[in-house]
Design a binder for this molecule. Structure first.
Ligand code: FMN
Length: 217
């Protein structure tokens, strides 16, 4: 089946892309409201884009309305220039989902989700205390494209619970139990007990293997 995106409706494009660019990591983003209240919302149009400098990207759609309005996360980042990405793991999955509820203004998602804040190391925006890892970010650039924003953030500090850090440092990803988002139908994937190890092949080893394989002679 071929889908011509020139002809497709925005909802159809959304359904196709989020089902195919998957699994995706989930950033539970905390930002500060103008009045100092803490806002939290999940975003899976998210990844790291480079490490030198350390830049992450997030896609934030406007809320659909006659006059499209930015989501609170985008508005808060635009004003304060700071945000924290809390890594979503199995144990906070339900709370993450509560944070995606469109509560009326003045109701705190954190309170509804029973999540506590903890101070960040560098930025003013707190992280979520029960998240095992968090990336403190400063806005680098925001691109407004159509009815969406692509926010690039520079990571200025990283928090990880000690038990998930090996010397190197490496992250004990097998034990962190991060989850991924699969589509718009509420499907997620666990990473528990599902790791594959596929070591990279140095060219010399590749050549040696070819030499040893009789079919290659
Ligand atoms: C797992 C998950 C991932 C989401 N990813 C995105 C996303 O990448 N971009 C987006 O605009 N909305 C995304 N949403 C919807 C927002 O979380 C939702 O609109 C939220 O209410 C925004 O809150 P805010 O107005 O406080 O920023 C996602 C929702 C869920 C449950």
């Amino acid at each position: 089946m071929i889908f011509d995106l020139e002809m497709a409706k925005p909802r159809e494009i959304y359904n196709l892309l989020i089902g195919l660019v998957a699994p995706r990591p989930i950033a539970l983003i905390t930002t500060m409201e103008e009045n100092g209240a803490l806002n939290a919302a999940p975003f899976s149009a998210y990844n790291y884009l480079c490490t030198d400098p350390p830049i992450v990207g997030i896609g934030v759609a406007n809320r659909p309305a006659d006059q499209p309005v930015p989501k609170d996360t985008a508005r808060n980042i635009g004003r304060s220039g700071e945000f924290v990405i809390n890594v979503v793991t199995e144990d906070i999955a339900q709370q993450m989902n509560i944070c995606a509820t469109d509560f009326p203004a003045g109701i705190s998602e954190l309170e509804m989700a029973n999540l506590e804040a903890a101070p960040s190391a560098v930025v003013k925006v707190p992280r979520i205390a029960s998240a095992h890892a968090a990336l403190e970010c400063r806005e680098h650039t925001t691109l407004e494209i159509g009815r969406s924003r692509i926010i690039l953030g520079r990571v200025v500090s990283i928090y990880v619970d000690d038990q998930y850090v090996d010397p190197g440092p490496y992250i004990r990803a097998e034990e962190l139990h991060a989850i991924g988002r699969m589509n718009g139908l509420g499907s997620y994937v666990r990473t528990r007990d599902s790791f594959l190890t596929i070591p990279r092949i140095p060219y010399e080893q590749w050549e040696k293997r070819r030499g040893e394989d009789p079919q290659e002679r």
